[in-house]
Design a protein around this ligand. Structure first.
Ligand SMILES: Cc1cc2nc3c(=O)[nH]c(=O)nc-3n(C[C@H](O)[C@H](O)[C@H](O)COP(=O)(O)OP(=O)(O)OC[C@H]3O[C@@H](n4cnc5c(N)ncnc54)[C@H](O)[C@@H]3O)c2cc1C
Length: 389
């Protein structure tokens, strides 16, 4: 096995698979290093919006029907509800259904697609550090690899990001939200769940969720806390409100979610960051799968083009993000503070009115058919990058 590649991709989640697929399709050598063995678990509600399903279809060739047939998508719902602990704020129909995916199955399938296209995958290989100047990547087992470029797709606690001196670590830390999630057999939940329910009003910004699934009910909370209150105690309150005995829940798991700390220039030296590693998660609803797929693809295509033309891929990557992704994240961030601060100051009535008055365009905005900027029609760049054959 050689240890020199056009790109070394640290992390084989949606961002890493997407980047690896782009590079392999463009005939570039790509090595994916992941500390886990796939299929591996990933704490996640698995909710896929319209734009996620579009990108999975155009980039990976996987339509919603393919994902259902593969058993990866196991629930589809075209309804939703938003509540506080005391009232229902909105309940309605969606213009396109939410698809609920099992992340272990989805991520394994996407990584297989990258391998079939020609990427080399090394599982159970933990990255311990990298040098942005030389492109050297060090692993816990003592091996070292060298990439012309390194794509950090290694999630919220990225080792690659830790090696980049220009990252504002204070901001990255401040907007890294804790999340707790559990999955219950449907018979252990007090009532049937047929569509996603969101609960707001008990976090500075963020929400609790109850998501349906074929064989389980997924409950979680994620967000920024008022006065740094004990997140586990907040989760207990949420469970008790839903009628679930917190004492009977033994397998609660936590994970960090980037929540408003996206980087506007996620490239330095020979490194580029994609997905959670670059903070690319939508700051209102915490949607990250789409942004991981999208930024992974852009990073892979920028590197493929950079290697072909002998130019630095960083500026091209940043420019494409600046055109299609960052404006959405910035507008969603503004909307989040408007809604959550408004609810804190004036109560939930304003939010109920807002969602009620704009139900259809807001649902289209969440799906990505409309932009978070003034609900304008959103054009995504789902076509292949500049060097596509
Ligand atoms: C509780 C919770 C619920 C969520 N629900 C949703 C949802 O319903 N819908 C949605 O769109 N988003 C959701 N998200 C966000 C979504 O899960 C992430 O944004 C998405 O997984 C990011 O993909 P990624 O590829 O960037 O990172 P990841 O999926 O985290 O993948 C990173 C990969 O890197 C590997 N890795 C990490 N460190 C190293 C290392 N040192 N060396 C080698 N490999 C390493 C990991 O093993 C992993 O495979 C949720 C997040 C949380 C925490």
């Amino acid at each position: 096995m050689t240890n020199e590649y056009d790109a070394i991709i640290c992390g084989g989640g949606p961002a890493g698979s997407s980047a690896a697929l782009s590079l392999a399709r463009h005939g570039r050598s790509a090595l994916v290093l992941d500390r886990a063995r796939f299929p591996r678990t990933k704490l996640c509600g698995g909710l896929l919006t319209w734009k996620s399903t579009r990108l999975l279809a155009t980039h990976f060739g996987l339509t919603p029907d393919d994902l259902i047939r593969a058993g990866v998508v196991n629930f589809v719902s075209d309804r939703f509800a938003i509540h506080t602990f005391s009232r229902t704020l909105a309940k309605g129909m969606l213009p396109f259904p939410f698809h609920f995916a099992d992340r272990a199955g989805l991520d394994a399938l996407l990584l297989d697609r990258a391998a079939e296209a020609g990427a080399v995958i090394e599982q159970a290989t933990r990255v311990t550090g990298c040098d942005p100047k030389t492109g050297e990547v060090r692993c816990a087992d003592g091996r070292r690899f060298r990439g012309r470029y390194v794509i950090g797709a290694d999630g919220a606690n990225s080792r690659v990001r830790a090696a980049i001196p220009t990252v504002d670590r204070e901001r990255m830390h401040r907007y890294m939200a804790p999340a707790i999630e559990i999955a219950l057999p449907p018979e252990d939940f007090p009532r049937p769940v047929d569509f996603p329910e969101l609960y707001v009003g008990f976090l500075e910004a963020g929400y609790g969720w109850v998501f349906p699934n074929r064989d389980r009910v997924v409950l979680g909370i994620c967000g920024l806390r008022r006065n740094k209150n004990d997140f586990s105690a907040l989760f207990d309150e949420f469970l008790a409100f839903l009628g679930v005995d917190p004492g009977a829940v033994t397998d609660r798991k936590g994970h960090l979610l980037p929540y408003g700390n996206y980087l506007s220039n996620p490239a330095f030296g020979r490194t580029l960051l994609a997905g959670d590693a670059g903070g690319f998660v939508e700051p209102l609803f915490g949607e990250g799968i789409f942004y991981a797929l999208c930024t992974g693809r852009y990073a892979g295509e920028a590197v493929a083009d950079g290697v072909k033309t002998g130019t630095d891929p960083g500026p091209a990557y940043a420019a494409r993000l600046g055109r299609y992704v960052l404006p959405e994240l910035a507008a969603s961030d503004r909307l989040r503070w408007l809604l959550f601060k408004g609810m804190g100051l004036f109560g939930p009535g304003g939010l109920a009115w807002f969602v009620g008055a704009l139900e259809k365009p807001l649902a289209e905005m969440v799906h990505g058919m409309r932009s978070y900027r003034w609900l304008k029609k959103k054009e995504w760049d789902f076509k292949a990058g500049p060097t596509a054959p």
